[in-house]
Ligand binder design. Structure first.
Ligand code: ASP
Ligand code: MG
Length: 395
């Protein structure tokens, strides 16, 4: 007899954007249960509903209260479901509104319904705090709801249904011969998510890694299998580079001739952190005659605020001034094989140099190398690297 699997399926906003699409999802769900599987279905808000709700709030107030924001945002997912809210399914979080962390999932209600032969349909993205307040899990948080429910219920797999059919070796819109990956490790997926690939919410991948949940990213509109995000195995190590990512939403800020003494970096980055801005790459030059230059990258949308805060700090610490460049891109190569292969970074730099592309900043992690370059060469760089590391060829 075939074993009955327990599957968590998560459908993103574009998969439930209108009633016809919701009916398509219902058909897919019904098909899966006919295969004998037990099913938990997590849905996002319809289409761009969440963006719309955020815009609406900002028309009332420039800085909406976080608790009130969660009350508003949670309605998006509730339009798509009818069955269970996050609170009803027992998704307990801390009280960090708009970016709450999951503390516990009480599975009794979902288990009971599954045992009764029902399909459990849950609103993604939302939970409830210890004192009964509605919370949300950060943008893209329905992925996390899906993965967390899969972990709590010990499901066989969490399927993430979306408008792309998997994870690719590069953005197929930029690289025509980009290839869909059959499998990818949690760490590679995490790097890719933080380096600009927008397939899965980073926190959901961290959660999946921690609890060993297999995540299958696949298309809502096609039947073929997508990409399995899973535990690393020895075969993955053989491949040096798995993918090339690019992020065009970057800007670069430099503070020139900063006095080189203890506490200055703390002051500079303290001022940026006070604005709730997340900085990415940081470079400090060696100091000459007691002064140094500091540069860092950040999301382009935050650049103007960062510059304003830094002008002030620059004056106070006696730096020469602040410069910025909104036209940069970050290009990265990712692969767990880098842990055991040498010369990967050098090869990346030589590929860029052959194309005449200047590297402005470099950063590395155990399984990725990133370069900041002029934005206008982003696509050229991605294509050249994809070619050089032979990612288009089937293995
Ligand atoms: N609706 C929420 C968002 O747009 C959560 C999600 O779709 O994953 O961020
Ligand atoms: Mg999403």
């Amino acid at each position: 007899m075939r074993r009955m699997a327990l599957i968590v399926q998560k459908y993103g906003g574009s998969s439930v954007a209108d009633p016809e699409k919701i009916l398509n999802v219902a058909r897919r769900v019904a098909d899966a249960t006919r295969g004998g599987h037990r099913l938990v279905v997590v849905v996002s808000a319809m289409g761009k509903t969440t963006d719309g709700l955020i815009a609406l709030a900002h028309r009332i107030s420039p800085a909406p209260d976080a608790r009130e924001m969660d009350m508003l945002l949670a309605t998006g997912e509730q339009v798509t479901i009818a069955p269970l809210t996050g609170a009803q399914v027992g998704l307990l979080t801390d009280a960090a509104h708009t970016k709450a962390r999951i503390k516990k999932i009480g599975c009794e209600r979902a288990r009971g319904a599954l045992d009764a032969g029902e399909i459990v349909v849950v609103a993604g993205f939302q939970g409830v705090s210890g004192d009964g307040e509605i919370t949300t899990l950060g943008r893209g948080g329905s992925d996390l709801t899906g993965v967390a429910l899969a972990a709590a219920l010990k499901a066989d797999v969490c399927e993430i249904y979306t408008d792309v059919d998997g994870v690719y070796t590069a953005d197929p819109n930029v690289v025509p011969d980009a290839r869909k990956l059959k499998r990818i490790s949690y760490d590679e997926m995490l790097e890719m998510a933080s380096l600009g690939a927008k397939v899965l919410q980073s926190r959901s991948v961290e959660f999946a890694k921690k609890y060993g949940v297999s995540v299958h990213v696949r298309s809502t509109f096609k039947a073929d299998p997508g990409t399995l995000v899973t535990r690393e195995d020895s075969r993955m190590e053989e491949v040096v580079v798995t993918s090339v990512t690019h992020d065009r939403n970057q800007a670069k800020v430099s503070i020139l001739r900063v006095p080189d003494r203890p506490g200055v970096a703390a002051q500079v980055f303290g001022a940026v952190a006070d604005q709730d801005i997340v900085v990415d790459m940081i470079v400090q030059n060696i100091s000459r005659d007691g002064f140094t230059d500091m540069s860092f990258t950040l999301p382009r949308a935050d650049r103007a605020r960062a510059s304003a805060a830094l002008e002030d700090i620059a004056r106070r610490v006696g730096a020469e001034g602040v410069q910025h460049d909104d036209r940069v891109a970050k290009i990265s190569i990712v692969g767990v094989g880098m842990r055991s292969h040498s010369g990967v970074a050098a090869r990346m730099f030589s590929v860029l140099s052959k194309e005449g592309i200047n590297i402005q900043m470099i950063s590395t992690s155990e399984i990725a190398v990133s370069c900041v370059i002029d934005e206008k060469y982003a696509e050229l760089a991605v294509r050249a690297l994809h070619d050089a590391f032979e990612l288009g060829r089937d293995r």
